[in-house]
Design a protein around this ligand. Structure first.
Ligand code: HGY
Ligand code: MN
Ligand code: MN
Length: 402
């Protein structure tokens, strides 16, 4: 069943080359949410939409405290079919199975189809989870714009959501959150394991740098007279790479987005903006990386006569996930007879933000070749079926044995 759900979601935002581009509040995203509402309804769950557009499938318990499980529906540009979607499908299958085999739980169970996690359309920094925690600032809906200048509030309104009511998405009734997710790295496959019990999630920061020099004719400006924004940006890109390499694993730094103006082959670039994404499991090291990146950018800009501006694009802290929930997941692995190990996540996830308010945990599924955020991302269905079993056993322990 999970494979059917993942395969059908893949169709919403299918892009050239077999990838998926399902950006928040796009038509493909709306179609995917409509499909998910259908799944949740046919699973016998009460379907609800919050003010940010996230969907929930609710199995009411004797008590109102909520045990929530799921993941995000949006994707990166040209991404895979499993990142986010697999977690939603697994949670829907596990809760459906529990409803059919165990009936009404003591605590309420909810499947989460989170509206947004990737910041791939807007720099909105885990929008769905921030909405549930009441962390969206007044006016943010009018400030965040996509590459076409559309605000996130306009995109919400176009789908019938009411941006001014986003504060209503806040939840204070959740007592546990368990997120199933494809690992997005090679470890589980390499070790021949079925489940990863995630005990720590990496800290993620993105800084947006803008370098301004002087545009001009590629032929008539002598090299000594240039203030070329792109050669300055190139030095910054390499400085980020050198910083992470010198620190060694698990430090990483990436520039995946860079824009050059005016952009002609015979024009000296006058303006460049780029985003450096950098990560580490230790917040102190991450803070040091930020300080060093800012220092190196200021030094190269001064040396090249460039103006520089720097602003944070997004960020989430490195966190430990809940020890009790990790132990529950491990006990479920034992009962299911699957091989697992505890491990950190080097990808960012909603769980790292939700863990600041609710006891949260994640279970990873092996990822073919560790390939993710690309069209050939793939999880093996035999692993996924075992993962649904482990998830169901854990949710049963949390919601029926409470
Ligand atoms: O960037 C990440 O790690 C996640 O896919 N948002
Ligand atoms: Mn992702
Ligand atoms: Mn994800």
């Amino acid at each position: 069943m999970v494979d059917d759900l993942v395969a059908s979601l893949r169709g919403h935002g299918a892009s050239a080359g077999g990838g998926v581009t399902r950006l928040v509040y796009s038509q493909a995203w709306a179609a995917a949410m409509a499909e998910i509402e259908g799944w949740l309804g046919s699973a016998g769950l009460e379907v609800r939409v919050d003010a940010a557009g996230s969907r929930f499938g609710r199995l009411a318990g004797e008590r109102p405290q909520v045990v929530m499980s799921g993941s995000h529906v949006d994707s990166v540009v040209g991404g895979g079919a499993y990142d986010g979607a697999l977690g939603v499908a697994m949670a829907a299958c596990a809760v459906r199975w529990l409803r059919e085999t165990a009936g009404r739980p003591r605590l309420t169970l909810e499947v989460l189809a989170n509206c947004e996690e990737e910041s791939s359309r807007f720099a909105c920094n885990f929008w769905g989870s921030r909405a549930m925690l009441g962390l969206i600032r007044p006016g943010e809906c009018d400030l965040l714009r996509d590459a076409d200048g559309v605000t996130i509030g306009e995109a919400m309104s176009a789908l019938g959501l009411v941006p001014d009511r986003i504060a209503e998405a806040r939840r204070d009734d959740v007592c546990a959150y368990v997120e199933p997710h494809i690992e997005q790295g090679p470890l589980l496959e390499r070790l021949g394991l079925t489940i990863g019990v995630v005990d720590r999630v990496v800290g993620v920061r993105q800084l947006r740098f803008e370098l301004r020099g002087e545009a001009g004719h590629a032929g008539t400006i002598p090299m000594a007279a240039r203030r070329d924004a792109l050669t300055g940006a190139a030095e910054l890109v390499l400085a980020g790479e050198a910083l992470a390499r010198d620190l060694g694993q698990p430090a990483v730094a990436t520039v995946g987005a860079l824009r050059v103006e005016p952009g002609g082959a015979n024009q000296v670039p006058g303006r460049v903006d780029l985003t450096v994404d950098f990560r580490h499991v230790d917040e102190r090291v991450l803070a040091g990386m930020e300080e060093e990146l800012r220092r190196r950018a200021a030094a190269l800009a001064a040396a090249r006569g460039l103006e520089l501006s720097v602003e944070p694009r997004l960020g989430q802290r490195a966190v430990d996930l809940d020890g009790r929930l990790c132990a529950l997941l491990e006990a479920s692995c034992r009962r299911a007879g699957v091989r697992w190990q505890r491990m950190p996540s080097h990808a960012g996830h909603d769980a790292q933000l939700l863990a600041t308010r609710w006891p949260s945990a994640m279970l990873f599924l092996p990822c073919a070749g560790g390939r993710s955020h690309r069209p050939d991302e793939r999880a093996d269905m035999d692993d996924v079926v075992r993962g649904v079993e482990v998830l169901a056993l854990t949710l049963h322990e949390l919601a029926y044995e409470a």
